[in-house]
Write a protein that binds this ligand. Structure first.
Ligand code: MN
Length: 159
């Protein structure tokens, strides 16, 4: 199963648009956003993503009720899903994952530090799609996760 993964979009609408187009191009079946959407107007742009959208709050998602009205499924992490036969843990910040959370997951998806991580370790995949917004490092990225292969491809989504 292919899953589009993004995080830290921080209102950068053209990069969100590019990421969703990239997910469509890769035929993803579902999309995961690991937090820091920020404004409800940016949340609206996520509604056109291919497939179902799972999304958690990040530390900069201050307008919680506004976001919830656009994306009723948004919740605090950790969120645990079973998709494509794999247990997926989603938390905005890697440091918030407890050893217990990690022990029970095959794939750990985080964001927050705006840096790409795409690492296999101890049979688990640790994935941070990097900053979709590009505000911090100037590189707008997202990821296409393949649950069967337990690997992810980082895609450039520069507006
Ligand atoms: Mn953050």
């Amino acid at each position: 199963m292919k899953i589009g993964v993004l995080a830290d979009t921080h209102d950068r609408l053209p990069a969100i648009k590019k990421a969703l187009a990239g997910f469509g191009h890769h035929n993803v079946e579902t999309v995961i956003h690991a937090g820091d959407v920020v404004a409800p107007f940016a949340a609206k742009r996520l509604l056109s993503c291919p497939g179902r959208l799972y999304v958690i709050y990040g530390n900069n998602d201050g307008e919680r009720e506004g976001l919830k009205s656009v994306l009723p499924q948004i919740q605090d992490g950790p969120l645990t899903l079973e998709l494509g036969g794999k247990r997926i843990l989603i938390h905005h910040f890697a440091d918030w994952c407890t050893p217990d959370h990690i022990a029970q997951a095959d794939i750990i998806i985080t964001g927050h530090d705006h840096e790409v991580a795409n690492q296999r370790r101890d049979g688990k995949l640790y994935l941070n799609p990097g900053e979709c917004c590009g505000w911090l490092y100037g590189r707008c990225t997202a990821a296409v996760l393949d649950t069967e292969l337990m690997s992810a491809e980082i895609i450039e989504v520069a507006p």
